[in-house]
Design a protein around this ligand. Structure first.
Ligand SMILES: C[S@@+](CC[C@H](N)C(=O)[O-])C[C@H]1O[C@@H](n2cnc3c(N)ncnc32)[C@H](O)[C@@H]1O
Length: 311
C-alpha cells in the first residue's frame, strides 16, 4: 500500500468513530504531497499514522488543524524524524484488565503473573484496580475500569497476585516522565478518560514497580517463567501483542507457552490466534477474543470497554 493509501485507510477504518481529529488529519495527510514525500523517507515500519501523530503530540506540535500540522512538521522535521526512529507504538491500555479479570479470578489462587508484550506493565495490576461491569462494582481501587458485560457473571472478588513480571522488546518505565509522556501521547486526542486512567494506573505501578525484562516473547520467556515463585499458579498472558509478531514466531510462542506449567490467557484478534468456528461477534466494530489455554471464552472490544461471554 502507498503511504497516501495508508493514511486514507487509517482515516476511514481506524480513526472514524474513534477520533474526529485523527480522521480529519489522516485524510488531509493522504492528500498532502510534501508531507507524503517526507514520510516516504522513513523506514516502512515507521510510516504509520499513529506513530507520526503521537510523535507530533509528544513534541508539542498541533494535530487539530491539518494546515498547522503541515507547517509544523516540515519546520521541525529533524526532531520528528529522530523521535519516530526511537519511539514505537506501544500503547499500554489498562482497560484491557476488565477482559482479563473474569478469567484470572477463576484460576487457582494465588497467581504469579507474567505478561509478554507488557509495554509499561500496567496490565500487571488487575488486583489493584476497580471494575464496573454494568451496575456491579468489583474492587475498590483506582482507576475504575468500566466494562459493558453480556453473558458474564462478574467475579465476586479480585485475584490474589503474589508475583508480577513483564517481558517486552522495549519496556517503558512509568517513573520516567518521558516514557509516561509518550504513553499519554499514544492515547488519542479525544480520549481524555483513557489518559486519566493511564495516569491513575501509572501511579499504582510507580508505587510498587513490577519486574520488567527487556527481551523477546519466545527467546526470553522460559528464563523469566523459571523465576516465578513455587506455590503460585503461573499465568502467562498477553493483550494486543501477537499482531506485531511475525506468524512463524507466533507459532513458536504458542508452542512454547503451552509447554509451560500453569495457564495461558490471550486477548488478541481471532485471526492472530488462528481461532475459527467462533460465534459472531456482537456488532460490526472490532472485537478481540479472550482465550484460556487456547480455548475461546469471550469477545471483547479493543480497550476492554465491553465483554460478551460465550464460553
Ligand atoms: C500494542 S502494545 C500492547 C501493550 C500491552 N499488552 C497492552 O495491551 O496495553 C504491544 C507491545 O508488544 C511488544 N512486543 C512486540 N513484539 C514483541 C516481542 N517479540 N517480544 C516482546 N514484546 C514484544 C511491543 O514492544 C509493545 O510494547
Amino acid at each position: 500500500m502507498t503511504v497516501a493509501g495508508m493514511y486514507a485507510d487509517f482515516a476511514v477504518r481506524e480513526a472514524r468513530d474513534a477520533s474526529a481529529t485523527y480522521e480529519r488529519l489522516s485524510g488531509a495527510v493522504a492528500r498532502d504531497g510534501a508531507l507524503l514525500a517526507r514520510i516516504d523517507t522513513l523506514p516502512p515500519a515507521k510510516r504509520q499514522p499513529n506513530l507520526l501523530f503521537s510523535v507530533v503530540r509528544y513534541l508539542g506540535g498541533p494535530v487539530g488543524d491539518p494546515a498547522a500540522f503541515h507547517e509544523w512538521v516540515l519546520a521541525n522535521w529533524a526532531a520528528v524524524e529522530a523521535a519516530v526512529l526511537t519511539r514505537a507504538t506501544q500503547t499500554n491500555e489498562v482497560g484491557r484488565c476488565a477482559a482479563l479479570l473474569p478469567v484470572l479470578a477463576g484460576l487457582p489462587q494465588p497467581l504469579a503473573l507474567l505478561e509478554v508484550g507488557t509495554s509499561a506493565g500496567l496490565c500487571l495490576y488487575p488486583d489493584r484496580y476497580a471494575y464496573r461491569y454494568g451496575d456491579r462494582l468489583v474492587g475498590s481501587g483506582e482507576p475504575v475500569l468500566k466494562c459493558a458485560a453480556t453473558g458474564l457473571e462478574p467475579p465476586a472478588g479480585l485475584p490474589e497476585v503474589v508475583w508480577r513480571a513483564g517481558l517486552d522488546l522495549n519496556p517503558l518505565d512509568v517513573t520516567d516522565p518521558a516514557d509516561l509522556a509518550w504513553l499519554e501521547a499514544l492515547t488519542w486526542p479525544e480520549h481524555e478518560h483513557r489518559r486519566a486512567r493511564l495516569r491513575a494506573a501509572a501511579a499504582v505501578a510507580a508505587a510498587d514497580p513490577p519486574l520488567l525484562v527487556r527481551g523477546d516473547l519466545v527467546d526470553d520467556l522460559p528464563a523469566l517463567a523459571a523465576r516465578a515463585p513455587a506455590g503460585a499458579t503461573l499465568v502467562v498472558f498477553h493483550t494486543s501483542v501477537l499482531f506485531y509478531v511475525p506468524p512463524p514466531r507466533r507459532a513458536a510462542f504458542t508452542d512454547l507457552v503451552r509447554d509451560l506449567p500453569g495457564h495461558w490467557v490471550a486477548v488478541e484478534s481471532a485471526d492472530v490466534l488462528g481461532l475459527g468456528g467462533l460465534p459472531d461477534p456482537p456488532g460490526d466494530t472490532l472485537h478481540n477474543v479472550v482465550a484460556l489455554d487456547g480455548r475461546p471464552l469471550a469477545w471483547t472490544r479493543p480497550h476492554g470497554q465491553a465483554i460478551s461471554w460465550f464460553g
